[in-house]
Design a binder for this molecule. Structure first.
Ligand code: NAI
Length: 286
């Protein structure tokens, strides 16, 4: 039987992923702060380590899939540091911590949840993105508190998308047979969005958010894409960040992507040709 770990499994998109995978016969190991097989605070290093140990015990050392949904939205009274630690370091910590179990799984794959806010919210603080990608959690937390959680949210999701693309093609991931991808949802009706709607500052912004399909997404629609990416029919996805946002990004930035590769750009990925030969990783963090 296939075993997949899902973070943020108690609510919203994570709960929809767990339900869909479970209905398809997959054994799901849910990880969350409450109502889960593994109770952990992924915003702390100790919580991440304990969660990884617990998952290893529950799956017997072999994991076939991982979906990282645990995350928090920005809110006027929520410190940015919490988002840096949960959304970015919590996610990357679980991906790296559970990667060895995935390497021993069958046709293993991991899917992280980024966000279309990474590319459509103006004013993303690049210093937070850089600190995240440098692995500097204390520095990212300090900067995130300076910028506040509303600006930090898309920074954590942009950093995560870039981390995925850099790592996916390297020795530790596809070089070890593990496909790594991300989805980038637009507004999806979940408790996270309900919290935003109830806020006097964020609520009106969400109400005016343009969604060409005419409605927010449903958690089940994101879960269907995650299921595809995890399974055999998703076997050619590697390092993809898939927008699933009802057309918001296409509406706001119709010609920014695809963009041509100008001749002076060089490869920026951590991946290289060696990845394909499954060499022993050297000094990679992921
Ligand atoms: P949600 O609030 O319904 O679920 C998030 C889950 O993460 C909750 O069960 C919560 O307990 C868990 N969680 C939060 N902090 C945690 C921590 N420190 N340790 C362990 N678990 C923790 O939210 P939703 O909407 O399902 O979000 C899931 C992911 O999708 C998040 O990463 C979010 O940023 C992302 N996303 C959501 C969008 C939306 O419109 N709902 C849009 C784009 C991305």
């Amino acid at each position: 039987m296939t075993t997949v770990a899902v973070t943020g499994s108690a609510s919203g998109i994570g709960a929809a992923c767990a339900a869909r995978l479970g209905a398809g016969g997959t054994r799901v190991i849910g990880i969350d702060r409450h109502r889960a097989d593994v109770i952990a605070d992924l915003g702390t290093e100790g919580g991440r380590e304990e969660a990884c140990r617990a998952v290893a015990r529950l799956c017997g050392g072999r994991l076939d899939g991982l979906v990282t949904c645990a995350g928090l939205a920005g809110a006027p009274d929520r410190p940015g540091s919490v988002l840096a630690s949960v959304n970015y370091f919590g996610t990357v910590g679980m991906l790296t911590g559970l990667r060895p179990l995935l390497a021993d799984g069958t046709s293993p794959a991991a899917v992280a949840v980024s966000s279309n806010s990474a590319t459509i919210q103006p004013g993303v603080p690049s210093a937070v993105v850089r600190a995240c990608l440098a692995g500097d959690e204390p520095g990212a937390r300090r900067l995130a508190d300076d910028f506040g959680s509303l600006a930090t949210y898309p920074a954590t999701k942009l950093a995560l998308a870039h981390w995925i693309r850099r790592q996916a093609t390297g020795a530790n991931w596809i070089g070890s047979g593990i496909r790594l991808n991300a989805v980038a949802p637009g507004m999806v009706d979940t408790p996270l969005v309900a919290e935003g709607r109830a806020d006097p500052v964020v609520g009106p912004l969400l109400e005016s958010f343009p969604i060409p399909v005419g409605r927010p997404g449903r958690p089940e629609e994101i879960a269907a894409l995650v299921d595809l990416l995890l399974g055999p029919e998703g076997g050619f996805f590697c390092g993809s960040v898939l927008l699933v946002d009802g057309g918001s990004e296409a509406l706001l930035r119709p010609t920014d992507w695809p963009s041509p590769w100008s001749s002076d750009d060089g490869p920026a990925a951590d991946g290289d040709a060696k990845a394909c030969s499954r060499e022993t990783p050297s000094g990679r963090t992921g």
